[in-house]
Ligand binder design. Structure first.
Ligand SMILES: Cc1cc2nc3c(=O)[nH]c(=O)nc-3n(C[C@H](O)[C@H](O)[C@H](O)COP(=O)(O)OP(=O)(O)OC[C@H]3O[C@@H](n4cnc5c(N)ncnc54)[C@H](O)[C@@H]3O)c2cc1C
Length: 466
């Protein structure tokens, strides 16, 4: 039985646990620094994220609608919110169906409902991690230490596990150049202040402004509005250090002046008493996702700005690929191999999301930059194509194929009389854990395969890791 600790009980950690507990050869424990809970209102999940979720949650599509209050969402229609083209249609952010908007807390609750309580440890903050000869030891704030065969860091953007995996290299996250604030309020509050055509259920709306974007949609069967203001962060705001800050009266006044249309929604956000601005952070570089039987997933590996609404989706995709790889190995010593392959297939996609998302943010906030609406539109065109072209099933197959070819191949079997190294009582397994057909290779090499356990055979491979 291999013991795996998952650090972090957010969407990534809890989703992975749902997949890994189905493997009888794995003992899983999930450690969360606070109570298991989610911050924020809803999370948008696109086609690929839903394909992943279908593997994680039994009958995800029905479960989402019935138990979490998820609602299907249409495209995002972006209009110009001020200036000479005020009110003009700019762009329709395409949505390859299905896409749903899911209340975060209900989604986490549903994911937790399928996990045995005895594997969930709340209020356990990881403080240090160490790889020794017997496994990976992890220590918590309360002083307790545990030993595992492998550790998965799903501990979010300020991941401590990431600090270990990338020790000696750049690993922190830093401002991506934007901040956002969001609010949820009764739709009654804004009806009358905005055209009814800009308040259709299932449609999402955005209005650009000078250096900012307002995005909103109806939620909870049309009774509520979920709205976000995202803005370019100036140097002064960036230097404040803390990612979360209160918006001052002056700043609110400047924001009010940015939108000439949809100001009812802007006002409703800005008048929320608990309103806070969050600086959007991202890692500037990530050289590796794994080291020493320790692997990163979700925001711990590849946090991105929210401009393409894909961070949680990436985390769910990670879980499907990593669990498929871990299902296919039978030996603890192959775990890091699985992690390396996970890194090699996931990193290019996740890095693309980070770059593309930031680019989209910059284009959407560029009211003054483009001469014509047509130029602006062209800059946005095609930016979502790579997301919709992605095929999770194909990536899973690629990952498993890589694992198969990564396992050392027998190049030559040297008959016993020539043998220099003794390998007694060794059972060689292939990538699926089936015993390798040494018998065939031995016969082909011209000697009797039916040798006793104490016979000496040298098996030469193309890698030292057979
Ligand atoms: C404004 C905004 C809007 C977004 N909208 C979307 C969207 O529409 N669609 C989408 O797909 N994505 C969206 N995202 C991104 C998405 O929210 C994240 O990518 C996703 O929630 C990351 O999940 P995670 O589990 O990796 O990390 P987290 O949710 O950060 O979970 C990490 C967990 O680890 C715990 N932890 C941290 N340190 C320790 C420690 N030392 N020991 C133990 N536990 C620890 C934390 O308490 C936390 O519970 C959005 C993000 C933002 C900011």
């Amino acid at each position: 039985m291999r013991r795996i600790a998952i650090i972090g009980g957010g969407l990534a950690g809890v989703s992975l646990a749902n997949l890994l507990i189905r493997n009888p050869n794995l003992a899983i424990e999930v450690y969360e620094s606070k109570e298991f809970s989610e911050r924020g209102a809803t999370v948008g999940l696109g086609r690929s994220a839903l394909v992943a979720l279908e593997k994680i949650l039994p009958a995800a599509e029905d479960t989402l609608v019935q138990k979490t209050g998820a609602t299907p969402t249409e495209s995002i229609r972006v209009r110009v919110g001020s200036g000479k083209n005020q009110g003009e249609f700019l762009f329709e952010i395409p949505n390859m169906k299905p896409r749903v908007s899911v209340p975060r807390a209900s989604l986490l609750k549903e994911l937790l409902a399928h996990l045995p309580e005895k594997i969930l440890y709340a209020n356990m903050q990881l403080t240090s991690i160490d790889k020794g000869p017997d496994g990976v030891s992890i220590t918590f704030e309360d002083g307790t230490t545990q030993l595992f065969d492998a550790v998965i860091g799903a501990d979010g953007i300020n991941s401590r596990v990431r600090g270990y995996v990338l020790a000696g290299q750049e690993h922190g996250s830093s401002p991506a150049g934007f901040w956002d604030c969001w609010a949820m309020f009764p739709s009654e509050k804004v009806r009358g202040s905005i055209y009814e055509e800009y308040l259709r259920p299932e449609q999402q709306y955005a209005f650009t402004a000078d250096g900012a974007l307002l995005l909103y949609a109806l939620a909870a069967g049309g009774t509520m509005v979920m709205a976000v203001i995202s803005s370019i962060e100036d140097a002064g705001q960036r230097q404040q250090g803390d990612r979360q800050r209160k918006l001052g009266d002056e700043e609110k006044e400047r924001l009010r002046r940015k939108w000439s249309v949809a100001n009812g929604i802007v006002e409703a956000i800005l008048s929320e008493p608990s309103l806070h601005a969050y600086s959007q952070h991202e890692p500037k570089s990530t050289a590796a996702y794994c080291r020493d039987n320790i692997c990163l997933i979700g925001d711990a590996a590849h946090a991105s700005t929210p401009w393409q609404g894909a961070g949680a989706g990436q985390a769910l995709e990670d879980c499907v690929i990593l669990s498929a790889l871990l299902r296919s190995i039978t030996d603890t010593k192959d775990m890091n191999k699985a992690f390396r392959i996970f890194e090699s297939v996931r990193m290019p996609r996740c890095e693309q999301v980070i770059q593309s998302s930031r680019q989209v943010g910059n284009i959407l906030c560029s009211l003054e930059k483009y001469e014509t609406l047509e130029d602006w539109r062209k800059a946005l065109e095609g930016k979502w194509d790579y997301m919709y072209a992605f095929d999770l099933g194909k990536q899973e197959k690629e990952a498993l194929k890589a694992l198969q070819s990564d396992v050392a191949k027998i190049v030559r079997i040297i008959p016993p009389k020539e043998a220099r190294v003794a390998h007694a009582s060794v059972v060689y397994l292939d990538w699926k854990g089936r015993p390798l057909n040494l018998e065939f290779e031995m016969l082909a090499a011209g000697f009797d395969p039916y040798i006793g356990n104490d016979s000496s055979i040298l098996v030469e491979t193309d890698s030292e890791e057979l």
